[in-house]
Design a protein around this ligand. Structure first.
Ligand code: G3P
Ligand code: MG
Length: 261
């Protein structure tokens, strides 16, 4: 295995302990460039965001399949051309001070990562039925756009999308996303040659974190907003903590990063 489990934890892990969920958590409109400003303000060095395709295959940042919750558009994102999506307001829903905020492309996010020296966890979030194409294009786009920067960590809840990403850009590191970690997690991460396993912190326990790390994988826990819970997860050896509250969770409140196996 070129990448991942057999390589051990000490190889290529350039990521900090704390990761800002959806760019800047809940302080600013999610999955927008305003999140990078918030990260700079609070000393965050890594963002997670959700990437999907428009009808004409532009890669852009949005969490939901639909536009309605976080933009002034309506309906399925996948039915819109990028020109239509680029005209939407993706900030006013969060507060009037963010009116006029646009949906960013993957290229916009890469530029901000470079400018602000911020690492990225690019979550491949395909619209239904577009898993393989989204995995392929996001992986290829990431490889091209992040040249000369810390390579992003790719992740997805979609096995098909992550398999396509592996085939399109095998050199990029991958993490499999679960809500609750299934019994056959080891088979899945092996098949995808993952370096990390990402799970809801609600379903993690100290023995499970130990098992995952003993298999040579890193662990990302989401979405952790309580400092005491973050401290406990860090003590268990969780490698990355993804949070909405970048104003409450700071690196110096966590124990030293878990040492490599
Ligand atoms: O990658 C961690 C987290 O972003 C997964 O959940 O639904 O916020 O994309 P979601
Ligand atoms: Mg996400």
């Amino acid at each position: 295995m070129a990448n991942g489990i057999d390589r051990g934890l000490s190889a290529d892990w350039p990521y900090p302990r704390l990761v800002a969920h959806r760019c800047g958590g809940t302080l600013v409109p999610e999955n927008t460039l305003a999140g990078f400003d918030a990260c700079v303000r609070y000393g965050y060095r890594m963002v997670e965001f959700d990437a999907k395709l428009s009808a004409d295959n532009q890669i852009f940042l949005l969490h939901d399949d639909k536009l309605d919750r976080t933009t002034n558009g309506h309906g399925a994102a996948v039915e819109h051309m990028w020109q239509q999506l680029a005209a939407l307001d993706a900030g006013a829903w969060h507060g009037p001070q963010f009116a006029g905020t646009r949906l960013p492309t993957l290229a916009d996010a890469a530029q901000r990562c470079a400018r602000d020296r911020i690492a990225a966890n690019v979550e491949i979030k395909p619209c239904p039925g577009r898993e393989v194409l989204t995995g392929t294009l996001v992986a290829q786009g990431t490889l091209t756009l992040w040249q000369g920067q810390t390579p992003p960590l790719l992740s997805s809840f979609s096995f098909e999308a992550l398999a396509a990403a592996r085939d399109a850009a095998p050199s990029l590191q991958r993490g499999m996303l679960f809500e609750e970690v299934p019994a056959d997690w080891l088979r899945i991460v092996r098949e995808l040659d993952c370096v990390s396993l990402h799970a809801s912190h609600r379903y993690l326990s100290e023995p499970l974190v130990a098992q995952i790390r003993e298999a040579g994988l890193r662990v990302l826990a989401y979405t952790v907003n309580d400092p005491a819970r973050a401290q406990l997860l860090a003590q268990w050896g969780v490698d990355m903590i993804c949070t909405d509250r970048i104003d409450k969770l700071q690196h110096d409140m966590l124990s030293a990063p878990a040492s490599p196996a």
